[in-house]
Design a protein around this ligand. Sequence first.
Ligand code: SAH
Length: 208
Amino acid sequence: MKKRHLAMLLSKLRGFENPKPYLEQYRTPGDVASSLLWLAYTSGDIEGKVVADFGAGTGVLSIGAKLLGARKVYAVEIDPEALSVARENAEAVGVDVEFVLADVSDFGEKVDTVIMNPPFGSQRRHADRPFLLKAFEVGDVVYSIHLSKPEVRKFIQSFVTEHGFTITNRLTVSFEIPMQFHFHRKALERIPVDIYRFEKSLANSTER
Ligand code: SAH
């Protein structure tokens, strides 16, 4: 599978039926999802690995990870409606994903890699914190997407370091958000986002 092919396939999946603004339900665009997944795949963090997708929504990242050879993928999502779309998407593609209907904070499995497109915190401030906290608790390598703004970058840098992780990669891409909520003014908005790879710092990993 090529990166471009993956992007195309993922962009054809079903989106949110009834997107909920307070949960910041924006589906990850195919090209953004495939950029994150490709970075993870080429870094050796997907093939044969146990992966968790936090705030899996419509399942875009989970399905992509499975297509790239993940051994097992947990799709963790709090909204049953979204999870049923993800289930249909996985079935349509013919991949086997482990769906977990739960708040990310309650997820208890250890995994090799966490992938996620968490709420950006534009509706509820710091909505991405529980996602990062849990990811640092259960994974050694974490991929995440955040707004590409100076204040967000500053927060990410210090939060990640405080929790014993290091930023190894940062990739800035354009994220297309279609008009779907009442507070949106444009038919299509493009916002710059950063795709990160975080890795547990060496000093910490010796504890395990
Ligand atoms: N990656 C997904 C969705 C990203 S939007 C996709 O591409 O479709 C963020 C997702 O996080 C939403 O589906 C939202 O319902 C979910 N979410 C928000 N808070 C959550 C929480 N505390 N626990 C689990 N999922 C949550």
